[in-house]
Design a binder for this molecule. Structure first.
Ligand code: F6R
Length: 612
C-alpha cells in the first residue's frame, strides 16, 4: 500500500526515482509525486492526481534535475485522491519534504497541536503531520529530528525525508511498514520493496522497526531507537534481471500465469539439488531451525485473501498426511480473538509479500502467546520471514500483477511439501508413499503446461460469458478453496460480482440465485466427491443455470452436462487444486480483458496491504 522510493547519487536521480515509481505503481495508483533538491539547491515538488503517467507527462513538460530526491505513489487512506493530498508533503517553510507509507493513528491530535504551534497544513492526509513534526524538531541534524518526530507518532510508517539544507542526504525510518535500502555502485536507494530496486542493484539491507537510516557520502548508516549504531548484513537478491519486466506480455498477470510451470519446476529443482525430486526429503533444502516440529500437536495457518485460500487447501493435505489438526484463520479475525495458543502449536503465516499488516500482527500475537512460527513467504527478507523462527520461501520471483497467481500456486507447493515433511517425520506415511508423492510433484509442471496449452479455448468461453452480471463458483473438498479463489480472481479484476461456495452447501441457500442469467462455474474433476458434484451440475441445469465446468480432458460425462468446459490435465485429486486454479485465473483474465479493465491495477486495490 503506497510505494516510496528515494535516491542519492552524483548523477541526476529524477529518472531513477520515476523508474522506481513505475515498479512500485502496483502498490497504489491514486496519485504520485516527486520532491528533489534541484540544481539551484531548492526543494522542487511535482505532484499529480491519477496514474503515474500523469506525473511522467508533467515532468517531461517541466523537467527537474537533482542529486537527492524522493518519490511516492499513493493508495489513499486519509483524504481523497487529489493533487493537494498527493505526497511528498512539505513542512510549513517548504525546505523539507516527506513521503510516507502507513497510517498515523494520532494524526488528528498532532494536527491540532501543530496548528496551534503555527504550522499551516495544506492537505487532509495523516502523513502531513510527519513533515511538520520533523520541521519542528529540527536543530541542525535531520536524523535526530526524525527520531524526535518518531517519539510522537502512533501507527505505522515507512517515511523518507529530503531537506534542501542537506542536499546530499536522505533520512528514513520505519515502524510496521516495509523499507529496504539498495546499495548501488555509485548511488544509494530506499524503496518499499525489492522489485523496484532490481534494475539498479541486487544488494540490499532491510531496515527494522524503530530504526533510522541515513544515506550520505556513499554510505548507509543505521541507528537504533537510542541513536546507537546498528550493523546490518548486506543481502544479495538473486532474482533474474528481467524478473520484474513484462517483456512481450500485454499484462504482468498473463506473464505470471504463464510462468507457473517453469517456476514450479525450478522450485522443485532448488529443493532437490543434484538429485531426482522423488528421492529428496521434502524440505531438505529449507534450513529450518532444529526442533521446530518436535512434539508438535497442531498447526494454525493464518493469511488473507488468496493466501488464505492456499491455507484452506493445505488443511486437507496436512490433516490427511501428517494426522495433525489444522486451523485456518483469516489474520484479521485471528488477531482480535481470545486465542487458544501454546508452544505445542506452530503458527504458519502465509503471505506473498510477507508484509500484510493483519498477518504480521496475528503472527506477533501468536508468538507473544508462545506459539512456534514458520512463515510461508515469497519476498526474501520480508518482515514476516524475519520475525518467524523458520521460513519456507516460495521462490515465485517478483509478483507484480495485483491479482495473485504464481504466488498462490507456489504457496500450494510449499504447503504440500510441508505436509509431506511432517508425514515423513511423524511416520504417518511410509517412505515409499512419500517418494511417490514427491514423484507426482515432479510431474506437476507437465500438467500445468498441458492445461495452459488450452488457453485459447478458455478465452472463447470467457468472451461468451463476459456480459454476465454475477457468477457462482462451486467446488467441493480440496477444490472448495479453488472455487473461492476463482470467484476472488474474477471479482477483483473484472468487477463482476462473483461468489465462491462449497458445492454441498448449495441447497442451503445459494440455489435460490440460479436462473438463466447466472453462469455457474463448477469444479468437476475426478475424486471422492465427483458424483456429488455432477448432481450439483444437474441441479443447476434444472433451474436454468448455465454451467461452465472445470473438467479433465476427455471427460464425456461432464461435457454432456455443461454448457462450456475448461479442460485440465489428468492430475491426481490431491494435486488437482494446483492445476484447477489455472483455467480460473485465465477465465478471470480473459473476461477482464474483454471488458477492457485495468488488469494489473484494478480499481481500489493495491498489491501489498500494509495497513490494517
Ligand atoms: C488477491 C490478492 C490478495 C492477497 C492478500 C494477501 O489476488 O492478491 O487477496 O492474497 O492481500 O497478501 P499477501 O499474500 O501478500 O499477504
Amino acid at each position: 500500500m503506497c510505494g516510496i522510493f528515494g535516491c542519492v547519487s552524483h548523477e541526476d536521480v529524477v529518472p531513477r526515482i520515476l523508474q522506481g515509481l513505475k515498479r512500485l505503481e502496483y502498490r497504489g495508483y491514486d496519485s504520485a509525486g516527486v520532491a528533489c533538491v534541484d540544481d539551484r539547491g531548492a526543494l522542487s515538488l511535482t505532484r499529480r492526481v491519477g496514474k503515474l503517467d500523469n506525473l511522467l507527462d508533467a515532468m517531461r513538460d517541466h523537467p527537474v534535475h537533482g542529486h537527492t530526491g524522493i518519490g511516492h505513489t499513493r493508495w489513499a487512506t486519509h483524504g481523497a485522491p487529489s493533487e493537494i493530498n498527493a505526497h511528498p508533503h512539505t513542512g510549513t517553510s517548504g525546505t523539507l519534504a516527506v513521503v510516507h507509507n502507513g497510517i498515523i493513528e494520532n494524526h488528528d491530535v498532532l494536527r491540532e497541536e501543530l496548528t496551534a504551534a503555527g504550522c499551516s497544513f495544506r492537505s487532509e492526509t495523516d502523513s502531513e503531520v510527519i513533515a511538520h513534526l520533523v520541521e519542528q524538531s529540527y536543530t541542525g541534524d535531520l536524523a535526530v529530528a526524525l527520531r524526535a518526530a518518531m517519539q510522537r507518532l502512533q501507527g505505522s510508517y515507512a517515511v523518507v525525508v529530503v531537506d534542501s539544507r542537506h542536499p546530499d542526504l536522505l533520512v528514513a525510518a520505519r515502524q510496521d511498514s516495509p523499507l529496504v535500502v539498495g546499495l548501488g555502485p555509485n548511488e544509494l536507494y530506499l524503496s518499499s520493496d525489492i522489485p523496484a530496486l532490481l534494475e539498479f542493484t541486487r544488494d540490499v539491507m532491510f531496515i527494522e522497526d524503530q530504526e533510522v537510516v541515513v544515506l550520505e557520502g556513499g554510505e548507509a548508516r543505521i541507528f537504533g531507537p537510542a541513536g546507537e549504531t546498528k550493523n546490518r548484513a548486506v543481502q544479495h537478491i538473486d532474482w533474474g534481471g528481467d524478473a520484474a519486466e513484462k517483456l512481450e506480455h500485454e499484462h504482468f498477470m498473463l506473464k505470471e500465469i504463464e510462468e507457473q510451470p517453469r517456476i514450479i519446476r525450478a522450485n522443485l529443482a532448488l529443493r532437490a539439488p543434484g538429485q531426482s525430486v522423488a528421492g529428496a526429503t521434502p524440505l531438505q533444502a529449507d534450513h529450518l531451525p532444529e526442533g521446530l516440529f518436535d512434539g508438535l500437536e497442531s498447526l494454525t495457518l493464518i493469511a488473507c485473501g488468496t493466501s488464505w485460500h492456499a491455507g484452506l487447501v493445505a488443511k486437507f493435505w496436512i490433516e490427511s498426511w501428517a494426522r495433525l489438526p489444522v486451523d485456518v484463520d483469516l489474520s484479521s479475525e485471528f488477531r482480535y480473538r481470545d486465542l487458544l495458543v501454546d508452544d505445542k502449536q506452530i503458527v504458519v503465516p502465509i503471505s506473498q509479500s510477507g508484509e500484510t499488516a493483519d498477518t504480521l500482527a496475528a503472527l506477533r500475537e501468536a508468538r507473544r502467546l508462545g506459539a512456534r512460527s514458520l512463515a510461508v513467504c515469497n519476498v526474501v527478507g520480508s518482515t514476516m520471514s524475519r520475525e518467524s523462527e523458520g521460513v519456507l520461501y516460495t521462490h515465485a520471483g517478483p509478483e507484480i500483477g495485483v491479482a495473485s497467481t504464481k504466488a498462490f500456486t507456489t504457496q500450494l507447493l510449499s504447503l504440500r511439501l510441508l505436509a509431506l515433511e511432517l508425514a515423513a517425520r511423524r511416520g504417518t506415511r511410509s517412505p515409499a508413499e512419500i517418494a511417490i508423492a514427491m514423484e507426482q510433484l515432479a510431474d506437476l509442471p507437465r500438467h500445468l503446461e498441458a492445461t495452459l496449452a488450452r488457453a485459447e479455448e478458455i478465452r472463447e468461453v470467457a468472451e461468451r460469458f463476459s456480459s454476465a452480471q454475477d457468477f457462482l463458483f462451486l467446488g467441493r473438498g480440496v477444490n472448495y478453496p479453488i472455487a473461492l479463489e476463482g470467484a476472488l480472481k474474477l471479482k477483483e479484476i473484472s468487477y463482476i460480482h462473483a461468489e465462491g461456495y462449497p458445492a454441498g452447501e448449495m441447497k442451503h441457500g445459494p440455489i435460490a440465485l440460479i436462473d438463466d442469467q447466472l453462469p455457474v462455474v463448477v469444479i468437476a474433476t475426478p475424486g471422492r466427491v465427483y458424483e456429488k458434484v455432477l448432481s450439483n451440475i444437474e441441479e443447476s441445469r434444472a433451474r436454468g443455470g448455465r454451467v461452465i465446468a472445470v473438467a479433465q480432458e476427455g471427460d464425456q460425462r461432464v461435457a454432456a452436462l455443461a454448457d462450456a468446459v475448461l479442460p485440465v490435465s489428468d492430475v491426481s485429486e490431491e494435486l488437482s487444486p494446483i492445476v484447477n486454479v489455472l483455467p480460473l485465473q485465465l477465465l478471470a483474465y480473459y473476461i477482464a480483458h474483454h471488458l477492457g479493465r485495468d488488469i494489473d491495477k484494478p480499481r481500489n486495490l493495491a498489491k501489498s496491504v500494509t495497513v490494517e
